[in-house]
Design a protein around this ligand. Structure first.
Ligand SMILES: Nc1nc2c(ncn2[C@@H]2O[C@H](COP(=O)(O)OP(=O)(O)O)[C@@H](O)[C@H]2O)c(=O)[nH]1
Ligand SMILES: [Mg+2]
Length: 195
């Protein structure tokens, strides 16, 4: 499929499935804890500075944000999990919305699950990966902020993450930086393969 990745726009933000786009376009969802670099990933992949709002303040995105890419596919920015400063009730509400989207959305082709290359995956990261594997949802692990780790240590960090996740070697694992754009072409290859 030929996709002009420069031709992208925010389409809509949805609080529940009655607001989801009603067509057959394939969707790639982005999941990860707040502040892991989801918005930056979207901006980098779409060659934009500020299409998906990036923010130092985590937990602000509480809706599913749908991005139209060249009328051929969509990115879906899923609310960041693991943000402690929201109420338990709010967290449960997000959990249900995310779970409902991930398990019932026919347009969904794969989830890009973002983790921070610098740290061991959190319990939430592990739970998300297990969830995706359990429901047999294709997953691409993207390890963000690679620019903050010297290249000579990338392998060590990658191994630690894979071990903690109990990583399935048939999944894609991509080292990524929204600062240097490392991993961008690889991420596009992995995504296009899932469409
Ligand atoms: N150095 C570096 N900083 C990043 C990278 N990706 C995101 N950030 C920074 O991390 C913070 C959170 O990023 P954001 O994209 O808003 O995370 P989100 O909450 O997952 O959407 C911001 O200050 C970004 O500038 C990266 O690849 N390298
Ligand atoms: Mg964000």
């Amino acid at each position: 499929m030929e996709i002009n990745t420069h031709n992208a726009e925010i389409l809509l933000s949805a609080a529940n499935k009655s607001h989801y786009p009603q067509d057959e376009l394939p969707e790639i969802a982005l999941a990860g804890r707040s502040n892991v670099g989801k918005s930056s990933f979207i901006n980098t992949m779409l060659n934009r500075k500020n299409l998906a709002r990036t923010s130092g303040k985590p937990g602000k995105t509480q809706l599913l944000n749908f991005f139209n890419i060249d009328d051929k596919m969509r990115f879906v920015d899923v609310p960041g999990y693991g943000y402690a400063r929201v109420s338990k009730k709010e967290r449960e509400k997000w959990g249900r919305m995310i779970e409902e989207y991930l398990t019932n959305r026919e347009n969904l082709r794969a989830v890009v699950s973002l983790v921070d290359l610098r740290h061991d995956p959190t319990a939430d990261d592990v739970q998300m990966y297990e969830f995706l594997k359990y429901y047999e949802i294709p997953v691409i692990i993207v390890a963000t902020k690679a620019d903050k780790i010297p290249r000579g240590k990338w392998n060590k960090h990658e191994s630690a993450i894979k071990k903690k996740l109990n990583f399935d070697p048939s999944d894609d694992f991509i080292l990524f930086s929204s600062v240097t754009k490392a991993g961008m072409d690889q991420a596009w290859d992995a995504i296009l393969e899932k469409l």
